[in-house]
Design a protein around this ligand. Sequence first.
Ligand code: NAD
Length: 501
Amino acid sequence: MTDLATHLAKLDRHLARFRDTGILNLIAGRDVAGEGWFETRSPVDESLIARVALGDARTVDAAAGAARAAFPDWAAMPGDRRRAILHRIADLIEARAEEIALCECWDTGQAWRFMSKAALRGAENFRFFADLAPGARDGKALPTPDHLNVTSRHPIGPVGVITPWNTPFMLSTWKIAPALAAGCTVVHKPAELSPLSARILAEICHEAGLPAGVLNLVNGFGEGAGKALTEHPDIKAIAFVGESRTGSMIMRQGADTLKRVHFELGGKNPVVVFDDADLDRALDAAIFMIYSLNGERCTSSSRLLVQDAIADRFHEMLVERVGNIRVGHPLDPETEVGPLIDRTHFGKVTGYVGIGQDEGATLAVGGTRVGEAGWFLRPTLFTDARPGMRIAQEEIFGPVLTSIRFRDEDEALRIANGVAYGLTGYVWTNDLTRALRFSDRLEAGMIWVNSENVRHLPTPFGGVKASGIGRDGGDWSFEFYMETKNVAFALGRHRIQRLGA
Ligand code: NAD
């Protein structure tokens, strides 16, 4: 059997149980149906994967109630016990990593070569935050001559986690693990287009001994379950990953209940290649960062800014490599680009192929559909684009790279900063001073110099401008999921003003 056939056979066994029961919500440790059903279909061939229990405001209310009831005990549990539970969750993720990856490839269209690693990164996220749990409440002593000020941190309460469809498992763990480590309880609303792995995560947490009600799962649509979660008075904060305009909606919806929000939003990230760069490495990184994960990746380097002197040569190398990228079944280990998530998204991405041509950019590679079933798009490259074009300004969220030439450093910076977004930037130069100067002035939350997106969990992750609010990673995650309290103990020496004496 080929690896693809083996993967399909295993997938079939994993999905069998969902065919009977559907994908149910999990509230207070129990399976809960919804107010009807919706369907999740594979982007490979649009076949039905499973029906999904449709949560609405009532379902969210039950889940928020469960999270509120579970909160006091979970928050009071000693950090080392929380640590042990989170490590057990990581163990079980590792044990089921293959199942998670198979399901995600089928549900999202992302290629096996990336998703098999993404599942394991979910386990790493749990282990990392597990080890921070015992110290999460730690504070500072800030003495004055009169008082001893002591700070401590306290979990904010039940929180809502709302996630997108592109790498759902990894992103969910990136939010849920720190929330649980901090002592918060959670209601998770995964994306309606890829709900499979969130159900597996909820089951794993339950099996690992997470008390009932600490993590609750509600499936449904943004305008139903998602909106209800952001408006619920028991939910103290919303950690959201998704589109910038959805972030604006969530901010409005959460205003009446004064929600704390943490947003990881879209990007139009530049990869800037100067003429002194190591071109072979820059080429590998530029290709990897836009065409891996189908380009459906917030940190994708969707704008290539290339210096005039090397632009023709760089484009030549790009055209050859991009034309060779293997498009295929996401469960085939050879595949580099799989199908886009669904018909609507395929329509959006291919719409930009037309827009780019109308705007006068050169369609150098791709732009056409592959096959007739499923939402496969040939990796696409536009060259000679201008900075004001829509293909150079808007998030396409697919395997489409827009290349723009620049003369000098100042022009590169103007172009790089001349978009609404500011998530990541990638700078390629061997001039150290220029690298320092350029990255200092580049408007982005995360910048890699002579590298691609390599994550180190203690570092801050997040964007500026329309790309987000707040940071994840290390202690930054706890800043969001916890409140800081200061207690001032008088040392009995200072004079208290006596009014009316
Ligand atoms: P989306 O905003 O359409 O949906 C994300 C989630 O929000 C889904 O669960 C959806 O049901 C929910 N939602 C939609 N409307 C809502 C509402 N009114 N109230 C509450 N919830 C609502 O995003 P998407 O299309 O699923 O994901 C793609 C986007 O996510 C891209 O813009 C991408 O850049 C972004 N993203 C960002 C990061 C990051 O770390 N910055 C990571 C991954 C994806």
